[in-house]
Design a protein around this ligand. Structure first.
Ligand code: HEC
Length: 164
């Protein structure tokens, strides 16, 4: 019948405009090549809740007490208090995001990996309270990483959310 109109597929190919639009909503062009900023848009509140991330880190202990007893203030390692605060911090504050994820520049393109190095550096002392690296916090971190990576690989991340 009037199927002829459907054959006009060339008009629907102007879709790259949509992609341009989502990039255009970010302020600086640097965000497009800033792996951590891009990664921030891959962390969803649903995944953050699903992995129990905030509670897992909240409950983490060492030989000398909970991590949060010593790590509530900004400056070095910081554990934001409460699920909403924690999610806001990890998605908007580069320092907090960087505590858990880092850019691995040894691959092309650069990729995001779990930042195990800083934890390994302190976990076995001697100038830091000891803790087991195989813990609930690291498990939640691995899970959040995998979920965010899935979004990234499926090209389903939101725009960058970092403020700094
Ligand atoms: C008794 C206090 C105390 C406890 C408990 C504690 N820390 Fe620390 N932590 C410190 C101090 C002091 C430093 C070194 C100074 C600094 O960087 O804040 C440090 C440093 C670190 C660093 C390195 C920060 C950097 O920028 O290099 C990490 C990561 C860290 N702690 C993680 C943890 C984790 C994870 C836990 C819980 C499993 C924990 N800490 C428990 C006191 C503590």
């Amino acid at each position: 019948m009037v199927v002829g109109a459907v054959a006009c597929t060339t008009t629907t190919q102007s879709q790259p405009t949509n992609l341009g639009g989502s990039n255009g909503s970010s302020n600086g062009s640097s965000e497009e090549t800033d792996p951590l900023a891009l990664w921030s848009g891959c962390i969803t509140s649903a995944d953050f809740a699903l992995t129990n991330f905030a509670a897992a880190w909240d409950g983490l202990e060492t030989s000398e007490g909970f991590c949060k007893q010593c790590h509530v203030s900004p400056g070095s390692f910081q554990l934001p208090v409460g699920e909403n605060n924690f999610f806001a911090a990890i998605t908007t504050n580069r320092a907090v995001l960087g505590q858990f994820f880092r850019v691995d520049n040894s691959t092309t393109p650069a990729q995001i990996v779990v930042n195990v190095g800083t934890f390994q550096a302190v976990a076995s002392g001697p100038s830091h309270p000891r803790f087991d690296l195989d813990n609930a916090g690291m498990t939640a971190l691995d899970q959040l990483y995998q979920l965010a990576l899935n979004h990234q690989q499926a090209d389903q991340c939101g725009p960058p959310t970092l403020d700094n």
